[in-house]
Structures are given as C-alpha cells and as structure tokens.
Design a protein around this ligand. Structure first.
Ligand SMILES: [Zn+2]
Length: 323
C-alpha cells in the first residue's frame, strides 16, 4: 500500500464502529498469534511417527498452516497435532490466548470473550486442553506425606439426563457420613510440594489402600486426621502413620507431623473453584488437574507450557515436579 493510501486508510479507522474496531483488532492480532502458535507447534514437533513410532520421516507440504510429514515406513501423514487432544480444533491462532485464560482461571464466558469464540467452543476447548493436564500427577510422594479427604457437591450440571444415582450400598464399612450428594476426593501432598489427588466413589479403606500403596513411598510417614478409612489404609499398605486428632487439639506431633499443608492446599483449591459455581462431577478431575498444574508450575507457568501439556508433550513437567 502506498504511503498516501495508507494514511487515508488509517484516517478511515476513526469512522469504524466499536464492533468494527474490535474485528480489525482481532484480525491483526490473529496474524501475530497464528505465527506464534505455528512456531510453538513446530518447536514441539515430535520426531517420531505418531502411527508407528518410526523416525524415518519426510516433509510433505503444509496442511492447515502446519508443516506436514510423511512416514517412510507406514506411509501415513501427520502434523504436530495428530493424535493429540487439540487435533481438529479450529482457530489455532487463539490457542495461546486461551492458554492464558486457563492460567488466569477465567470462567467459560470470560475466556470466550477474551478469545472471541462462542461459549460452546470455550467449554469444549477448556476440557480438551485439560484432558492431558488432568493426568499429570505426582506419582511418588516421599518423606512426610499429608493426606486428607475433601468433598465436592455431586453435580450433573450440563448433563442431558440425570444418570442413575450411584450405588452406595455395601463395602462402605469405614465410610464417614457425608451423604450421597458429596463426592470424596483424596488429596496427598508431601513436604516437597509433590501433590496428587483421586476422585473416589466413597471414602473407604478399600478405595484408599491401593492408592496409598501406589503413590506413597514405602518408607514415608503418612499424616492424617486419624479417620478410620485412612488409618486402615495406611496400616494395610504398610506405611508408617501419624494421626492428628485435631478436634482434640492435637495439631502437631513431634514438631514435624501435621496436616497443615494439605489442609491449606484443599482450602486454596476450594476458594479457587468457587468462581465456577459448582462443577459437573464428570469433569471434576479436569478441575483438580487444572488447579494442581497452576500450583505446581507456579511462576514458571506460561501459555506455551500449557499448550505443550495440553498436547501431551510435557517432557518438561518431570523436571518441574521432581524436587
Ligand atoms: Zn509411521
């Protein structure tokens, strides 16, 4: 565009309506964000075929703005998104903005506005982005490990029909009374900040024992509030256990055994979740993972890191979780 024409065009901007301005802005921004995203995806391009794991690859042009590769062994084509939860989602140029919205914990509506997408898309993106992130859990808690059961209201929000109520009869010998409309979550955290959580159907010794056996180091000391199910689970898993009878005023034993870290974590989680005004139980694990990621990544978090994690390429996650 010639300089004169450009100045005329620029002056024309003043006559744009509010909505037209916004559209122009989105357009210009999309160019920049689209390029940033393409860079990011290229950087994260794996070097093996997602179909057969072969590393004999050749470039095969472009598809939807991304470099495409062809496997010399199986002959199939793929790009950086093939086989990830983000494959076939549209508007790639807005994904980094959407990742930022996740970092800020925006509601579906606020994230939709931020990225100029509709609410249905915003909701779909949220759960596609969180699917892999929800699986990023610490898997080896050591030293002093604090465990606590916390509860979330059972919710069928967004479901077309009410599913059959969950069966709660039998096998619930050590379940503490919280009623059928609460979903128990077992949260475990060690003193290095390694954290994991599990949505349970019931807070029972039967459900908790395999979890504790699996994620708590055999020479760890498990601290709990002394509830029967966790106490029994620790015994059955052969883990040393300290019970903090808080209602009897016992907050710390031997100066080091307490459950204040896990309690504080639960409280931050609950406070943060309040903005969503109740979450559907079937998505609860995504929200737990979302919060866990925010806590774990802390100020190292970035939209790029969220995007990598959402693509299941969180090689860096281990570095960030191992302490
Ligand atoms: Zn292949």
């Amino acid at each position: 565009m010639k300089t004169k024409a450009y100045h005329e065009w620029l002056q024309g901007l003043e006559q744009l309506t509010r909505n037209q301005r916004k559209a122009v802005f989105i357009h210009l921004n999309a160019d920049v964000s689209g390029a940033a995203l393409a860079n990011e995806l290229e950087r994260n391009q794996g070097n093996a075929c997602p179909h057969c794991q072969s590393d004999r690859l050749g470039r095969w042009g472009y598809q939807s703005g991304l470099p495409r590769f062809r496997c010399r062994d199986c002959g199939k084509c793929f790009n950086a998104l093939t086989g990830t939860m983000l494959a076939r989602l549209r508007h790639k140029e807005r994904w980094l903005d959407y990742s930022q919205a996740l970092i800020e914990g925006l509601t579906v509506r606020a994230a939709a506005e931020r990225c100029s997408i509709n609410k249905t898309t915003s909701f779909r993106w949220r759960h596609r982005f969180l699917d892999e992130i929800a699986d990023l859990k610490a898997d080896n808690l050591a030293g002093i490990v604090e465990a606590d059961e916390t509860y979330f209201p059972l919710s069928f929000k967004g479901s077309r029909q009410m599913p059959r109520p969950p069966h709660r009869r039998g096998h619930a010998t050590h379940q503490r009374g919280t009623g059928d409309n609460q979903v128990p979550v077992l949260v475990l955290r060690d003193r290095h900040g390694a954290t994991t959580d599990f949505k349970l159907t019931a807070a029972t010794q039967a459900e908790e024992t395999p979890i504790i056996s699996q994620v708590v180091a055999s020479d760890a000391v498990l601290c709990t509030d002394g509830g029967a199910s966790l106490k029994g689970a620790a015994r059955q898993a052969g883990i040393d256990h300290r019970a903090l009878n808080q209602s009897a005023g016992v907050r710390v034993l031997a100066g080091v055994y307490h459950i204040q870290n896990v309690n504080a974590y639960d409280s931050r989680l609950k406070t943060w979740m309040r903005r969503f005004h109740g979450v559907a139980t079937k998505y609860l694990e995504n929200y737990l993972g979302w919060r866990r990621g925010l806590e774990r990544w802390g100020n190292q978090i970035s939209p790029q890191l969220i995007l990598q994690a959402a693509m299941g390429r969180s090689g860096d996650f281990r570095l960030l979780t191992q302490t």
